[in-house]
Design a protein around this ligand. Structure first.
Ligand code: SAM
Length: 236
């Protein structure tokens, strides 16, 4: 049995009761970084063997599948948030499903959902883009394509590149595009920057040091309100 177990994105109190139960009951915890996971487990007084799971190494994936096939119950965690969401895990899930192993995915913390909820944009559709490609041309292409869906776009970014990413968004989608930037969610220095992308980029660029973890929400709906079209009312 494979359990996908989300872990806190900053505040350790955000772990769920069920996540703790599953971690305690598992035979083994599969993780990105054994040291980081041991810190989490020790905090909750859980003593459990950990095995490093490296998605880029096929042997590591098949070793973990073999472990599951041998009848062990494994809890898959990543360094923070939900495994498989801009984090390793999806290949193991795919291979486990192929091998007929039962998979259960626990609900829990994820920076994308947390930022979108606090953005106050829409309760409907959104597009999660995760980390955009490093090449500006490719990133701009993805942004332009996603903009045409007229729903909020969610982008993950590191503190080292967040200003550059905001500048790219400004260049690609227009400097008046409204954004919400969520920094250090659930942590002591949690901060929300709201405004158009030019203003928010300038605010961050004016700081002596840009620190923390960032989620950028782009409000494509407000920026590009689609025009009413006289289409026939076809239901599907
Ligand atoms: N699997 C995680 C999840 O479910 O959100 C995402 C892991 S991804 C490697 C790390 C990125 O998530 C960071 O670069 C940042 O964009 C975002 N992130 C993680 N923790 C965050 C936090 N506390 N505040 C804001 N963004 C965060």
């Amino acid at each position: 049995m494979l359990y996908i177990v989300p872990t806190p994105i900053g505040n350790l109190q955000d772990i769920t009761l069920r996540a703790l139960e599953v971690l305690k009951a598992a035979d083994v915890v599969l993780c990105e970084d054994t040291r980081r996971t041991q810190i989490l487990l020790s905090h909750f007084a859980i003593s459990k063997p950990t095995v490093r799971y490296n998605e880029h190494d096929e042997r590591s994936v098949s070793r973990c599948v073999q472990l599951l096939q041998s009848g062990q119950t494994a809890a898959l965690v990543s360094d923070c948030g939900t495994p498989c969401i801009s984090d390793p895990g999806w290949k193991l899930v795919r291979e486990a499903v192929k091998a007929g192993i039962q998979v259960s995915s626990l609900p829990g913390p994820s920076a994308a959902a947390c930022a979108l909820a606090g953005a106050g944009l829409t309760g409907g559709a959104f597009v999660f883009l995760g980390f955009l490609p490093r090449k500006a041309g490719k990133a701009a292409k993805q942004l332009s394509a996603a903009r045409d869906l007229h729903v909020p776009l969610i982008v993950y970014e590191s503190p080292y590149r967040v200003v550059k990413m905001l500048e790219l968004i400004s260049k690609t989608l227009g400097e008046d595009t409204p954004v919400v930037v969520a920094r250090e969610l659930s942590k002591v220095y949690e901060e929300w920057l709201r405004g158009n992308v030019r203003e928010v980029a300038q605010e961050l660029a004016s700081r002596s040091k840009v620190q923390g973890e960032f989620v950028i929400i782009i409000d494509c709906f407000a920026a590009q309100e689609p025009e009413e079209e006289d289409e026939p009312d076809v239901h599907y």
